[in-house]
Design a protein around this ligand. Structure first.
Ligand SMILES: [Zn+2]
Length: 150
């Protein structure tokens, strides 16, 4: 008989379920509440679906988007720890997960105002060099590629 250790790999106190992994682990809870201050309005230990239902009923689209982005980041952090043996800091993971959010909001506002989003390459200011990069990983083919233009 195989008994798996169900304790959280970060705090080693609580059992790891989806709510602990995405909302309540002490290894990131304070940082998460800085990024998602609305979580402090909820009673302790509501589950992810209950919080999501509250946000939907209140039509808090921005908060829903941030909740999903943070959940993605925290799940990524968990998988990096469990499968890649990388110990990423919660603040870095959450900052990274939310980094595109304000840019996305700005683009969305411009689109709603009838502005066309600028998708082309922009010349850097005089005296500044610009490095454009892109990359892709194809796990199924064990191949990757990257390109740069200076
Ligand atoms: Zn934990």
């Amino acid at each position: 008989m195989v008994v798996e250790d169900v304790k959280c790999k970060w705090c080693k106190v609580e059992e790891e379920d989806i709510n602990h992994a995405l909302l309540y682990c002490s290894s990131f809870k304070e940082v998460l509440e800085v990024h998602l201050s609305f979580l402090q309005d909820f009673q302790a230990h509501l589950d992810v679906l209950q919080i999501l239902a509250h946000l939907v009923r209140r039509n808090k689209q921005g908060e829903i988007e941030k909740l999903f982005l943070c959940a993605w980041g925290l799940w990524y952090r968990r998988n990096q720890f469990l499968y890649e043996e990388k110990n990423l800091k919660p603040a870095e993971v959450l900052d990274n997960a939310l980094s595109g959010y304000s840019e996305y909001q700005s683009a969305l506002e411009n689109q709603q105002q009838g502005c066309k989003p600028h998708c082309g390459w922009q010349l850097p200011p005089t005296g500044v060099m610009k490095l454009n990069t892109d990359g892709a990983i194809f796990h199924d083919f064990c191949r990757s590629g990257a390109g740069m233009v200076l």
